[in-house]
Design a protein around this ligand. Structure first.
Ligand code: DGL
Length: 267
């Protein structure tokens, strides 16, 4: 069986590439819902419905475990997928998100005062606060919605980022945060610009650096899932819409030439 990786679009390829470097043998299937990206502006019902379709597809591809690389889905649909969809559809399989592992890493590293930047949807959901409350209520977390960052990254507008980041990050740095969670698949592309503005006293937590090790740890603790995964190093990539520019972006994000198959799940 395979490891599935799901994102609203192609940003999750960054996490897929990091997983592939860390666990090169595991057979993986990536699905990016490029037909509906960005999910950040969609209703909760739409995000749940698109995510269910994606889960159906990845389970049909024989995935035993699916990593939801998308923070928006992790924030707004994951709990329903785990509690309503999975028990009915595939009780012996697993779906994991990225929010809890990110917070666990922050806690393990001893931070007491966190910042998180994310899309409007994620901030409004309060998911980071809710999960942190369960994990360690003594830790403080401050958030800032940064809705202009995904459009900037998607439209090759990184050169416009510094003044926008100054504006976004100043309320967080004023709160003397020790670490800043980049709570969106796309934000690792801005790591350098963010680090320049947040300064050396703020450590960046970037999910492409966190999730592979957390996944390896999960597999060590769950031999019943780990033992089901094929290890031939096969990587397959699917997207619900494909254009030449998507294909180019995919190669850049993944860091090498990949073949993405277009799959229409909505006909
Ligand atoms: N993948 C999304 C996330 O991590 C960002 C893009 C979108 O809004 O779909 O939240």
């Amino acid at each position: 069986m395979k490891l599935g990786i799901f994102d609203s679009g192609l940003g999750g390829l960054l996490i897929a590439a990091a997983i592939s470097r860390h666990l090169p043998d595991i057979d993986t299937v990536y699905f990016g819902d490029t037909l509906h990206v960005p999910y950040g502006n969609r209703s909760l019902d739409a995000i749940y419905s698109y995510s269910k379709t994606a889960m159906d597809f990845l389970f049909d591809q024989d995935c035993a475990l699916i990593i939801v690389a998308c923070n928006t889905v992790s924030a707004s649909a994951l709990r329903r997928l785990q509690q309503e969809y999975l028990p009915q559809k595939a009780p012996d399989r697993r779906i994991l998100g990225v929010v809890v592992p990110t917070l666990e890493t922050a806690i393990d590293r001893g931070y007491k005062n966190l910042g998180v930047i994310a899309t409007n949807h994620i901030v409004q959901s309060g998911i980071y606060e809710q999960e942190l409350q369960k994990l360690d209520p003594s830790i403080r977390i401050h958030h800032k919605a940064t809705p202009l960052l995904v459009p900037l990254i998607e439209n090759d507008g990184l050169k416009w980022a510094p003044p926008i980041l100054e504006e976004y990050l100043s309320p967080l740095t004023q709160k003397q945060i020790e670490c800043l969670i980049l709570g969106c698949t796309h934000y690792p592309f801005l790591k350098k610009q963010i680090a320049d503005i947040s300064g050396p006293s703020v450590d960046l937590l970037s999910q492409d650096e966190i999730i592979p090790e957390k996944l390896a740890d999960y597999l060590r603790r769950h031999p019943e899932i780990s033992s089901k995964l094929d290890r031939h190093g096969q990587k397959k990539f699917f997207a619900s819409d494909m254009t030449e520019s998507y294909a180019k972006a995919a190669n850049t994000i993944y860091g090498k030439q990949i073949e993405i198959q277009r799959i229409n799940l909505h006909e």
